[in-house]
Design a protein around this ligand. Structure first.
Ligand code: IPM
Ligand code: MG
Length: 360
């Protein structure tokens, strides 16, 4: 199979971790007889430095023409980087929002899994973590507060900022359908998270989720308020399977869920539209403090590449091979600094990539 993949190395540790994912993908290509064609585009600070804006129309067109996009990370230190002196629409993050919208990537899948081998890094008490957990946060990614009208005005000498939270029923229905489809392939439980005790958008969200639920009688659905969900994630994470929620709540809850795994350096993510196309990226950020030092953990990016093979190309066997190689490396005791524990062998980003590649 010919896989036409656009890569966005991006900023900070992005280029290092994407190179390791390419190494792994090239090994997959060799072993399973595929042809991988990689085309790099600039996004975020890397694009600002060259073009003055975080994402050009040409870069979007290149991404659109590909079968899938593999991204590292974008952005820099918000206190010191000159990128953050620019107006908001020219900063690195604006590139990310623009590509999500341009490619209609409305469904963001963020798995939060407790790896047995890394259980010691989980910050929860052992009686809570012992049950293990495997949560999939499904975040709506192209609507809500992120894309509603916003402005800052001055009224009678008083500055006032307005952000608008809007959802129409079609936006809710399409992510709900994706959520139920995925729940059906997992433990068949879907928790829809909203703030229906206060927000109209949440009341519509709940109503539409209930309508869609009728088509999935085999999936158990429950509704949970977002503040309660934030609490339940640390109290009893094992109760969750698929967590379906709107853009802003998903942004916050997915960080919380990844933190309770204790290994954000391990967590992949996928942003999908209604075709097989997707953008795959680690759940962590660009870690500018360790950039270029061969210290980053490439595993989340490598697992994102595995998600890409599974969701965009239906190459389950190849994706399984990557997941198994990652597991094997951990079992063999290799760790990058972020997941290091006593008695393990500490390795850098490149070596971690090579160790995983060797095990495929
Ligand atoms: C994320 C990030 C982005 C978001 C930022 C960088 C705009 O936090 O992907 O979760 O808020 O969506
Ligand atoms: Mg976030």
């Amino acid at each position: 199979m010919r896989l036409n993949i656009v890569c966005i190395p991006g900023d900070g540790i992005g280029p290092e971790i994407v190179s390791e994912a390419k190494k792994v993908l090239n090994k997959i290509a060799e072993k399973y007889g595929h042809e991988m064609v990689f085309t790099d585009i600039l996004m975020g600070g890397a694009s600002i430095d060259v073009h003055g804006i975080p994402l050009t129309d040409e870069a979007i067109a290149t991404a659109k023409a590909a079968d899938a996009v593999l991204m590292g990370s974008i952005g820099g230190d918000t206190n010191t980087s000159p990128w953050y002196q620019l107006p908001p629409e020219k900063r690195p993050e604006a590139g990310l929002l623009k590509i999500r919208k341009a490619l209609n990537l409305f469904a963001n899948l963020r798995p939060a899994v407790l790896y047995e081998e890394l259980a010691a890094a989980c910050p929860l008490k052992e009686e809570i973590s012992a049950a293990g957990f495997d949560i999939l946060i499904m975040r709506e990614l192209t609507g809500g507060l992120y894309f509603g009208e916003r402005k800052t005005v001055e009224e009678n000498g008083v500055r006032k900022a307005i952000d608008t939270l809007t959802y129409d029923e079609n936006e809710i229905r399409r992510i709900a359908i994706k959520g139920f489809d995925i729940a059906r392939k997992r433990k068949k439980k879907l928790t829809s998270v909203d703030k229906a005790n206060v927000l109209d958008s949440s009341r519509l969200w709940r109503a539409v989720v209930n309508e869609v639920a009728k088509e999935y009688p085999d999936v158990k659905v429950e509704h949970m308020l977002v503040d309660n969900c934030a609490m339940q994630l640390v109290k009893d994470p094992a109760q969750f399977d698929v967590v379906l929620t709107e853009n802003m709540f998903g942004d916050i809850l997915s960080d919380e869920a990844s933190m309770v795994t204790g290994s954000i350096g391990m967590l992949a993510s996928a942003s999908l539209n209604d075709t097989k196309f997707g953008l795959y990226e680690p759940s962590h950020g660009s870690a500018p403090d360790i950039a270029g030092k061969d210290l980053a953990n490439p595993i989340a990016t490598i697992l994102s590449a595995s998600m890409m093979l599974r969701y965009s190309f239906d190459l389950d066997q190849e994706a399984d091979a990557i997941d198994a190689a990652v597991k094997k490396v951990l079992q063999d005791g290799y760790r990058t600094g972020d997941i290091m524990s006593e008695g393990c062998k500490k390795v850098g980003c490149k070596e971690m990539g090579s160790l995983i590649t060797e095990r495929i």
